[in-house]
Design a protein around this ligand. Sequence first.
Ligand SMILES: [Zn+2]
Ligand SMILES: [Zn+2]
Length: 290
Amino acid sequence: MMPGLYHQYMIHSNYHSHFNLDDGYGELSEYAESAIERDLDIIGISPHAPLCYLNDWTLSEAGLNEYAASMPGFKAEYGDKLEIYSGLEVDFIPGGMGPADTKYHELGLEYRIGSVHSIEDPETGEHLSVDGPIAEMELLHKRTFSNDIKPLVSRYFELEIEMLELGGFDILGHCDLVKKRNVNNRFFNQDEKWYRNEAMQMLEIAAGKDVIVEVNTGGLSRGATIEVYPSKWMLERCHELNIPLTLSSDAHNPDHIDYHFAESLDLLKLVGYGEIYFFSKGEWRSQPIL
Ligand SMILES: [Zn+2]
Ligand SMILES: [Zn+2]
């Protein structure tokens, strides 16, 4: 979409952005400049919190402290031109870490996104990502789950539910990420009842928590999916359950700061949503989708 083509009068925001201190491309300033150029009013930065196992896609412990310390200055630099908030995308790994851990609440950051990216192989202790290359998803499917997709999907949504029960986060990140490598129904068909039941059960738990579900366009911007997270039929259920939504791009590149936003707002209207949530000056508020 070209800059300046948004529906007028709405506050446009994105709370899910990575940068070159974790697995994103570009400096923080490039994300701010891109947001201003595209008429966004608010951006939130949300690098991956360091994990409890070796990896190449999160902040290091030193990087986390550097990031938290740099945010007040970065925000001040943009003053009235752009509202900037400091967040963190925290993985949930049972027995290892999660957004409820106090350490993520003591960094002076303003919000947290709770996300599940990987599933542990109980035999090897290895954490295999559903967000990684197709080969990694295939290994998870073949080795950890003996070529049976149902327990894999079930474990994914079970982890989401465990994370929801523990809380400690504002936004539930890309809540059906398990579909990322499912292009052309390579692993499962979302229309099948067993899959829908797993996803719906998770949404029902989310509805009972003080959490905002994220509509995330990051699968689209990276060419991995043909739809947003969560899928349209899940958004219909979110609407029935009165679950508040926010819209974010999971940008790993400054050019993607508002990727597919206008189309996503149209989709939300189509499934019945009349309002969307945004975070500003310490609180989450709703506004009509125009
Ligand atoms: Zn994520
Ligand atoms: Zn992310």
